[in-house]
Design a protein around this ligand. Structure first.
Ligand SMILES: CC(C)(COP(=O)(O)OP(=O)(O)OC[C@H]1O[C@@H](n2cnc3c(N)ncnc32)[C@H](O)[C@@H]1OP(=O)(O)O)[C@@H](O)C(=O)NCCC(=O)NCCS
Length: 188
């Protein structure tokens, strides 16, 4: 579909706030998954190394994304859009928000995040197509397959493989003033 013909809901993307959002997010998970997360799972994923964002249409939450903060990457733990609101670029807008937090200027002495990792169920064709199409549409960066984790998911006693992928933006090593460092210059 061309960019002009795309159906798009312009959602408001805000940080997950457990007091305001927990009940709606749990309800979406119950609607979507056979083994949904419960309140405790969401609270655990709103802790030190995790962050959540939600997509709101008015007061209604129509999607959420949880991710883990790695040293140099974000890891998508889960992204869900409510059935009935799909194919409206809502998941795309949430990941776009994550991409906006990446930095292509990599300072050597402290961590900046230059990529996004994720894994998908081998049978989740929709999720696979979504991630491929979304990341391919980005002006910079590449989504690459990294590994297969055999039997990683054990949903309802059925083993499923996980396909791991990584999106990376081109990086530049810079000094304190943001000037590019020529890393072999001092050897010449
Ligand atoms: C995967 C998911 C998050 C996508 O959310 P979404 O808001 O519908 O995705 P978007 O509208 O941003 O889709 C962007 C592009 O991805 C592709 N895409 C998304 N869903 C698709 C589908 N069902 N079939 C084919 N392509 C699809 C399309 O190229 C789409 O662009 P287009 O609509 O202009 O053609 C949603 O389907 C979902 O919640 N699934 C269940 C949970 C899940 O599997 N999450 C992933 C866990 S890692």
């Amino acid at each position: 579909m061309s960019a002009i013909g795309k159906k798009q809901c312009n959602v408001n993307i805000v940080g997950f706030d457990k007091r305001a959002h927990l009940a709606q997010v749990v309800a979406i998970d119950q609607q979507v998954y056979e083994q949904p997360w419960n309140k405790k799972d969401f609270i655990r994923h709103d802790s030190l190394n995790y962050r959540g964002i939600v997509a709101k249409l008015g007061k209604e939450i129509v999607g959420y994304l949880f991710y883990r903060l790695g040293k140099s990457k974000f890891h998508i733990v889960n992204i869900v859009v409510r059935p009935g609101y799909r194919r409206c670029q809502i998941a795309s807008q949430m990941i776009q928000r994550l991409i906006a937090k990446l930095s292509n200027r990599c300072r050597t002495w402290h961590h900046v995040r230059i990529g996004i990792t994720l894994e998908v169920h081998e049978t989740s064709l929709v999720a696979q197509v979504f991630f491929r199409n979304f990341f391919q549409s980005q002006k910079q960066g590449l989504l690459l397959p990294t590994k297969v984790l055999w039997g990683y998911y054990k949903d309802g006693g059925i083993l499923e493989d996980a396909y791991c992928m990584e999106y990376r933006i081109p990086t530049l090593v810079v000094d304190a003033l943001g000037r590019p460092i020529n890393r072999i210059g001092h050897l010449l």
